[in-house]
Ligand binder design. Structure first.
Ligand SMILES: [Zn+2]
Length: 224
């Protein structure tokens, strides 16, 4: 069944993030008496890994917007730079089952979901590509770069990554290898560039560009 994309799904338990849990020991007589033990409780839980691209895929699964790669990209950016990317904001859901307590997935705390719903509804209300990209960039940087204030369009183009201009070379060299590895199979625009004359200058996606620098061509979003 096709539904509409809804960020509030994150406050419902599902397999959003990875976790471990430990059960309490059983001290009852049930098993000795030939019955089932129902006294176990969840003693402790721990979030072990957050993978934003996986969360985004789950959120968009079976939705009308599932093929909208740019919207997925913007949601990915917003989640990455939010508390959704911090383990302490995820909760392991514990419920009472027939055989005692059990865990049934994880959910994001209500306050984080509430904060996320603001830029996400802005995204959904914006119909043009460039507005959506600017909302995601403004969220990421906390402000809108001066060079982006007069942007009127955004188009997806295929280019040789070697041709892209990378400012801030120093920062580029210091990027950690682990972050770069994550982006090798990135499904979506590799980076966002600003058109300067005939050249493309990166404004977002340094890690993703670095991860895909050896390819003969990559898809990028060009702002003009
Ligand atoms: Zn028991």
């Amino acid at each position: 069944m096709v539904k509409k994309f809804d960020i509030h799904q994150l406050s419902q338990p599902s397999s959003w993030v990875e976790y471990d849990s430990e059960m309490s020991d059983c001290h009852c007589d049930a098993r000795r008496n030939g019955d089932y033990c129902r006294c176990k409780t969840v003693a402790s839980t721990k979030i072990t890994e957050i993978c934003i691209p996986e969360i985004v895929n789950l959120l968009f699964k079976n939705t009308e917007e599932n093929n909208d790669k740019l919207l997925k990209y913007c949601v990915n950016r917003i989640l990455t730079y939010s508390s959704a990317n911090e383990k302490e904001h995820w909760i392991v859901s514990v419920s009472n089952g027939y055989y005692g307590q059990e865990t049934d997935g994880t959910y994001l705390d209500y306050s984080t979901v509430g904060k996320l719903s603001i830029p996400i509804s802005e995204l959904l209300e914006s119909k043009s590509l460039h507005q959506r990209v600017l909302i995601a960039l403004e969220w990421e940087y906390g402000y809108l770069l001066d060079s982006l204030k007069d942007i009127k369009s955004c188009t997806e183009v295929s280019v040789d990554p070697a041709e892209i201009i990378v400012p801030q070379q120093e920062y580029y060299r210091k990027m950690d290898k682990e972050a770069i590895e994550q982006y090798k199979d990135f499904d979506g625009p590799i980076c966002i560039c600003l058109k300067v004359g005939d050249a493309y200058k990166v404004v977002d996606g340094y890690h993703r560009l670095q991860a895909n620098i050896d390819k003969s061509s990559i898809n990028i979003l060009v702002l003009e």
